[in-house]
Design a protein around this ligand. Structure first.
Ligand code: DX5
Ligand code: ZN
Length: 219
């Protein structure tokens, strides 16, 4: 079954605890947390304090997406705050192999993420070491952007690459994922769908999850 990871970037931050609990009750599988530093991406969002606060109100795994420069400096803080998956950007880490192993040594899952224009071959050497590859289907920084169509082909190629080298990495897709394109994205190879605005803009998250599972033929 496809895992659904609502991104709290589109949640109501004034009622964050309640929003996270409602997402959990609606059947979300993970909570996706977008960390932005105003340097790697043109926006500033969440730090370890918020991750710690979210950890206290949910039993779901926290999927922490670091869109920050020099991510290796902050892995310790985010793991201590409660991250269960830590994903770093290939473009932001000069020594990706070292960073990935730094994450693994904490006993949490490690992910690597690729911006839309970053070729898949940049993770070819590391793919066997990671638990997750995050394909960005928008340029990171903001919620509510349009899915970039060539991401579908990139997903299929990522799937082939993983299968051909015997990696156990799962594929996550982030950006512009909606009810309407979810099935096509899953068919192309996605195991985890991040959904920000498509999820949190709904009035009733349970009804939305039901529709989504139907759309994915997973009801
Ligand atoms: C974008 C973030 C996403 C964002 C997705 O930089 O990494 O996780 O929340 O938002 P939607 O689903 O609205 O495109
Ligand atoms: Zn994200």
């Amino acid at each position: 079954m496809t895992l659904i990871a609502p991104s709290i970037l589109s949640a109501d931050f004034g009622r964050l605890a309640e929003e996270v609990k409602l997402a959990e009750q609606a059947g979300a599988d993970l909570i996706h947390i977008d960390v932005m530093d105003g340097s790697f991406v043109p926006n500033i969002t969440i730090g370890p304090l918020i991750v710690e606060a979210v950890k206290k109100v949910t039993d779901l795994s926290l999927d922490v997406h670091l869109m920050i420069a020099n991510p290796e400096k902050y892995i310790d803080a985010f793991v201590k705050a409660g991250a269960d998956i830590v994903t770093v950007h290939v473009e932001a880490s000069q020594h990706l192999h070292r960073t990935v192993w730094q994450i693994k040594e904490y006993g949490v899952k490690s992910g690597v993420s690729l911006n839309p224009a970053t070729p898949l071959c940049s993770v070819e050497e590391i793919i066997k070491d990671v638990d997750l590859i995050l394909i960005m289907s928008v340029n990171p920084g903001f919620g509510g952007q349009k899915f970039i169509p060539f991401s579908i082909d990139k997903l299929s190629r990522a799937k082939k690459m993983i299968l051909s080298c015997g990696s156990s990495a799962v594929i996550e897709v982030d950006g512009g994922v909606k009810l309407e394109n979810a099935k096509e994205i899953v068919n192309a190879g996605a195991d985890i769908l991040v959904m920000g605005s498509a999820f949190f803009d709904q009035k009733d998250y349970k009804i939305f999850m039901k529709k989504l599972r139907e759309q994915l033929d997973e009801n």
